[in-house]
Design a protein around this ligand. Structure first.
Ligand SMILES: [Zn+2]
Length: 321
């Protein structure tokens, strides 16, 4: 039977920042702050948070803060983006270090996020205007962690999300777009953050549950939409969605566990998207997060809504305040 290679995964995540001279390191600059969040959260789930140097990480996050716009960029001197902004806030919250932001900086960050909301309630990722339900989740999650949600932001956002609900029970990236598991997570997560899951009635939730559990394939892994290959990161997008609507047990845990553990690299550590592929920190986190949600391998419990350890999120204020 497969076992979780905890020590190898810790060493793998820890090693990621020691390859600064490599070409891949510079190629991933546009995702660096996200990468720090993925790595730190993975370590937290394995109860190895101290494997990263807190002071260095907090300093890096603050170097990504963009004074002119108030958001965070993925790397120092990069333009701010909503996704990097959420990662920066998540990392600070995980270290219980949100107070390194001055009141003025928090206000500016809130303004940056709110400034990206469009008249239909949706959010763009940055001033270049890509719109996607992912950014609604990202924005609401970041504002929630900061304790800064308001009805002017929440109500139109909820309306937009409900327009992305499809007849098959799934959600798309915009109204009328095909259902996708990642979009189910961001839409259900956003509704949960603002306490509005009751926008969906019992029949709708039942349909959502069916659409999600049909993502499990005979080999145990889950896919993003019908007739696609299974992928470890969907262990998170699908499972967290089911957890949010209280239907987690609609999945075959043992088969999914086996699929995730088979995707580990037994030599260098880390988890890949499916068995025998190259590992990365993104799939390492979401594999561990899936195992944590199912209660396997003695991992630290993860919050299905925020994708952060429960011991961090239990301190967040619940909206409406
Ligand atoms: Zn994936």
């Amino acid at each position: 039977m497969q076992q979780l290679l905890r020590e190898k995964h810790i060493a793998y995540v820890q090693s990621l920042d020691k390859h600064q001279e490599s070409f891949e390191y510079w190629l991933s600059e546009h995702l660096r702050l996200n990468g720090v969040y993925w790595g730190l959260t993975a370590l937290c789930l394995m109860d190895a948070k101290e494997s990263f140097n807190k002071d260095e990480v907090v300093e890096f996050v603050m170097n990504c803060y963009c004074e002119s716009t108030g958001g965070f960029g993925p790397f120092p001197r990069h333009e701010a983006h909503i996704h990097a902004t959420l990662s920066g806030i998540q990392v600070l919250a995980t270290y219980d270090a949100l107070d390194v932001l001055t009141t003025g900086q928090v206000d500016q960050t809130v303004q940056f996020i709110r400034g990206n909301q469009l008249s239909d309630g949706s959010f763009q990722g940055d001033r270049f205007g890509e719109v996607d339900t992912r950014f609604v989740y990202t924005s609401l999650s970041a504002l929630s962690i900061l304790g800064k949600l308001t009805p002017e932001v929440v109500d139109p956002a909820v309306e937009f999300i409900m327009r992305c609900y499809n007849f098959d029970g799934g959600f798309g990236l915009c109204p009328g777009a095909e259902s996708h598991s990642a979009q189910c997570f961001v839409c259900l997560g956003a509704l949960a953050i603002v306490g509005r899951l009751n926008e969906l009635n019992e029949d709708q939730l039942e349909k959502t549950g069916w659409w999600l559990c049909e993502r499990q394939l005979p080999e145990g892994g889950l896919n993003g939409r019908p007739s696609k290959l299974p992928d470890v990161c969907y262990s998170w997008w699908v499972l967290s969605s089911l957890a949010i609507i209280d239907k987690l047990e609609w999945i075959d845990y043992e088969k999914l566990r086996e699929f995730i553990l088979k995707s580990q690299d037994s030599k260098k550590g880390g988890i890949s998207d499916r068995p025998d592929n190259e590992v990365d920190v993104f799939h390492t986190l979401f594999g561990l997060a899936g195992l944590s949600l199912m209660g396997f391998e003695n991992l630290v419990p993860i919050d299905p809504v925020y994708c952060m350890p429960c011991y961090v999120t239990k301190k967040f204020k619940k909206y409406p305040y």
